[in-house]
Structure formats: structure tokens, C-alpha cells
Design a protein around this ligand. Structure first.
Ligand SMILES: [Ca+2]
Ligand SMILES: [Ca+2]
Length: 335
């Protein structure tokens, strides 16, 4: 819990520095062909190539950064530290100036020489280690990109400094540079080393890195297990794979069919010695307690006895001729 609390403290420090822009952040692609002056009250600045995740194609941007020079004791030179660089070209064996590259000149013009210690052309993903200083009060950066394939760009930390005797409010780097005391313990390494950061800050940063790394690994493992179980469940549901259990399960025999009135086979008592359970009572048809079939009903006669209006029985047909005149056309001969 103690480590977690320290990690939260460092994370909060980073979040607060981002919210309040400490040190202030500038984006080079928003200040092309301009000069950015760092005031005497500004301990240092952050300079990113772009605020977006990737820079644009066909860039040709130049920016001069200058330290204010208002008195003889002012911090009139600039110290440069790389926080990140991601400028990948098509040539994996070196920087090709026809691809995406960065130039940093020691002066206010692109015709000035590169900063001492840095290559004339910068690219790749491995940021130069340590700090690099100007001889004057200015640095000029130029970034150019070709027509395809972009990357993250770069992130720099630029700090005004002077040499000689440091004031009480200043901090001295190992290289003898006097920087503003406001740079101390702010979670940014303006000296290019860790000496301008407090011991506790470095420890907390290391712990926070470990905690974040462990959480990241656990999340990756959890996602992997979740995806694997989901995949296996889908495959089993599709019927393509028969799922076997770890231990064999007993198979239940199907129920034996019983002929009505017969004795089930293999249960003939008395054929061999031993105990035989009584044979089950054969089930007749219909079962005695079955609700179906319904009881026999007396057929209904015709006409129904309880009919309301039974039709009359047909009358006896009338004879012809009538009995009162048996010979309407005359008596037969001989009578
Ligand atoms: Ca490119
Ligand atoms: Ca610092």
C-alpha cells in the first residue's frame, strides 16, 4: 500500500505539471519561421514538434529559440536535453536528408554550425543522451519531412543557464551550468542527469514505473486469457470440436422396453441360484390410473329420447282405390 501511495503521488505530480504547464510547453509546427524567447522568469520550456500523435508530410519548419538577455547576470545561454525522438526514414543505416530529418544549429540561423556534440543531421528513435549547450543565446531548429510515412517527431527540454557563480536561487548542474532553482524536483531533468531531481522524486518515479509496468503486464495477461476463453467457447458452440471432460463419466443404459403382459428378459427368477429382485409389474394398457381413454358412452338412439320436438313417424300410405269405391272405373267382367 505504501508503494501504491507513492506511485499515486508521482502520477499526481505529472498530471499537475501537465495541467498547469510546468514547464510551459510549445509546439514547433505552430511557430514555423518565428523566434521563441524564453523570459528571465521562465526556468525552462518543453518544445515538441507537434501536438498531434504524428507530424505532417512535406514539412519544412524553422524555429529560433532565444534566451532573454536583460542583465549581465542573466542566464543567457541555452541547454538542450532530448526527452524523445522518433523520426524514422527509409534508410535504416543512417539519416538520409531526402527523408525526414532534424537540424539543430548553434545560433540564430540555419547557416550556423550544428550544436557541439550533436550530429549535423538527426533522425531515428534513439535520443542523444545528456545535455547540449549553445555558445550564444540562440538555437535554431529546422525540421523537414518528405511526402510519405510520418512518425511521432521529437520532444525537447530547453533551459536558460549561465556559468560562473550561481546565485542562491539557482541550481548548479554537474557541468557547471547555473539554472533556475525552479527546475529542481519538478520531475524533468533539465541538467540531462538526475541531479536536479530530488532523491525521493527519483525513487518515486522508479516505483511508479514498476507499478505501471506490472499493471500493464497484468492487463495484457488478463486480455489474453479472456480472448482465449472466448475463442474456445465459440469453437465449442459451433460443433466443430467435441468437448471432453477431465474424468470419464458413467454411461446410463437406456430404459428397457416392456411388452404388456410379458416378463422382462434377464429377470427370470429361479434359473440360477442367488437373490433376484422381484420382476416389475408389467404395465397394461391402458394403465389403471390413466385418465385416458374416457369411459364407454351409450350410443344415442334415434330419435333421441330427450329430444324436444321429435319428428312424427311417417303416416301409413293411403291405398288406392279407396275402400269405399274399390272399382272407380267399373267392376271387372263377371262380377
Ligand atoms: Ca516521411
Ligand atoms: Ca528538474
Amino acid at each position: 500500500m505504501a508503494y501504491l501511495g507513492l506511485a499515486i503521488y508521482v502520477i499526481c505530480l505529472v498530471v499537475i505539471s501537465e495541467i498547469f504547464a510546468i514547464p510551459p510547453k510549445y509546439y514547433m509546427d505552430q511557430r514555423c519561421d518565428k523566434t521563441l524567447t524564453i523570459g528571465s522568469s521562465t526556468p525552462s520550456i518543453r518544445l515538441d514538434l507537434t501536438r498531434y500523435s504524428r507530424y505532417e508530410n512535406r514539412m519544412n519548419c524553422r524555429l529560433t529559440v532565444r534566451a532573454s538577455n536583460i542583465s549581465a547576470t542573466s542566464r543567457t545561454r541555452l541547454m538542450l536535453v532530448f526527452r524523445k525522438i522518433d523520426i524514422k526514414g527509409s534508410d535504416f543505416f543512417g539519416c538520409d536528408e531526402s527523408d525526414d530529418v532534424l537540424y539543430i544549429h548553434d545560433g540564430s540561423s540555419t547557416s550556423d554550425p550544428p550544436v557541439k556534440g550533436l550530429a549535423r543531421v538527426l533522425c531515428g528513435e534513439r535520443e542523444p543522451v545528456g545535455s547540449y549547450v549553445s555558445t550564444g543565446d540562440s538555437l535554431t531548429l529546422r525540421f523537414k519531412s518528405d511526402t510519405w510515412n510520418t512518425d511521432d517527431g521529437f520532444k525537447l527540454l530547453i533551459t536558460p543557464f549561465h556559468t560562473g557563480s550561481c546565485l542562491g536561487s539557482e541550481y548548479r548542474c554537474n557541468g557547471g551550468q547555473c539554472i533556475s532553482g525552479g527546475n529542481k524536483c519538478d520531475n524533468y531533468r533539465q541538467c540531462g542527469e538526475s541531479i536536479d531531481e530530488c532523491e525521493v522524486t527519483r525513487t518515486l518515479s522508479w516505483i511508479a514505473g514498476v507499478v505501471v509496468g506490472v499493471i500493464f503486464i497484468l492487463v495484457i495477461i488478463g486480455l489474453g486469457v479472456f480472448c482465449l476463453r472466448r475463442f474456445l467457447r465459440r469453437r465449442n458452440n459451433s460443433g466443430g470440436v467435441v468437448k471432453y471432460s477431465a474424468a470419464p463419466q458413467p454411461v446410463t443404459a437406456p430404459p428397457m422396453y416392456q411388452q404388456p403382459g410379458s416378463v422382462p428378459p434377464y429377470q427370470q427368477p429361479g434359473t440360477t441360484p442367488g437373490y433376484y429382485p422381484p420382476a416389475p409389474e408389467p404395465q397394461g394398457y391402458p394403465p389403471q390410473n390413466a385418465a385416458y381413454p374416457p369411459p364407454y358412452q351409450e350410443p344415442q338412439g334415434y330419435p333421441p329420447q330427450n329430444a324436444a320436438n321429435p319428428p312424427p313417424y311417417p303416416q301409413q300410405p293411403q291405398g288406392y282405390p279407396p275402400a269405399s269405391n274399390p272399382y272407380p272405373y267399373g267392376a271387372p267382367m263377371g262380377q
